[in-house]
Design a protein around this ligand. Structure first.
Ligand code: PGA
Length: 255
């Protein structure tokens, strides 16, 4: 049986105080209808404490952070620690996003440190991996994904993939309106799962695999119906409230 679909809204550097309030008020209103889904909102960090006021005893609506520092405290101007996120009841933290790898020069060493620190503070990492267009064209997907998973496997072992989410996001699909075919997405997810299953079959089965990159109301179902796709990481279409809600309704209606 498929897992409960996990839809994570990554607002990136978008949104405002009003949008976070409106989004959570609407989600709370529709919570009965949406109870078949697991939903997390990752607004810019400054909005998390306001957002927290709208998270009641919800079993299916959570908050996520878009980033965390690799240290817990000290002289690291501008950073936020796993401890601080935990204090605010944050459950999921995105790490390794292509935009952080590209614009903030985060490499596998930093990403591995962040992964470790999240584990230590019992936060759930959403580890983003994915290939460039040239690697897609050269059918390098398997190698690229393995290359991005291996540093964590090598240092922290397969056990660290318990309570972990891997978001497969082809870099060329992020924010471009282009997506690979659903079959390609299925194959990529299967590659990741079977690679992990060489280490531990049950961890591989339980790891949540999300797809991200230009998902919208028109393509969400086709992607989510693929057998190894357990969830969706939404960017652009999560910051337009009506579009976001219609995606959630489409998925919920189908279940
Ligand atoms: P997008 O972003 O949906 O705007 O393509 C997805 C992401 O970067 O997580």
């Amino acid at each position: 049986m498929k897992k409960i679909p996990f839809i994570l809204a990554n607002w990136k550097l978008n949104g405002n105080l009003l949008l976070i309030k409106q989004t959570l008020i609407r989600l709370n209103k529709e919570r009965n209808f949406l109870k078949k889904l697991k939903i997390a909102i990752a607004p810019p960090i400054i909005y998390l404490s306001e957002a927290q006021k709208y998270i009641y005893d919800n079993k299916n609506i959570y908050l996520a952070a878009q980033n965390v520092d690799a240290h817990i405290s000290g002289p690291f101007t501008g950073e936020i620690s796993a401890y601080m996120l935990q204090e605010f009841g944050i459950k999921y933290v995105i790490i390794g996003h292509a935009e952080r790898r590209q614009f903030h020069y985060e490499d596998y060493k930093v990403i591995t440190k962040k992964f470790l620190i999240l584990k230590q503070y019992n936060l759930i990492p959403v580890l983003c991996i994915g290939e460039l267009y040239k690697d897609y064209a050269n059918k390098e997907i398997r190698n690229i994904c393995i290359k991005q998973i291996n540093p964590i496997l090598d240092v922290l072992g397969i056990e660290s993939f318990k309570r972990t989410i891997i978001a497969y996001e082809p870099i060329w699909a992020i924010g471009t309106g282009k997506t690979p075919s659903p079959e390609y997405i299925q194959n990529a997810h299967l590659c990741i799962r079977s690679y992990l299953s060489q280490y531990d079959d049950s961890i591989a089965k339980n790891v949540v695999l999300q797809y991200g990159g230009s998902v919208n109301a028109n393509n969400v179902l086709k992607i989510l119906l693929q057998s190894d796709v357990d969830g969706i990481l939404l960017g652009k279409s999560s910051i337009h409230l009506n579009e976001f809600l219609s995606i959630l309704r489409i998925v919920s209606n189908f279940l």
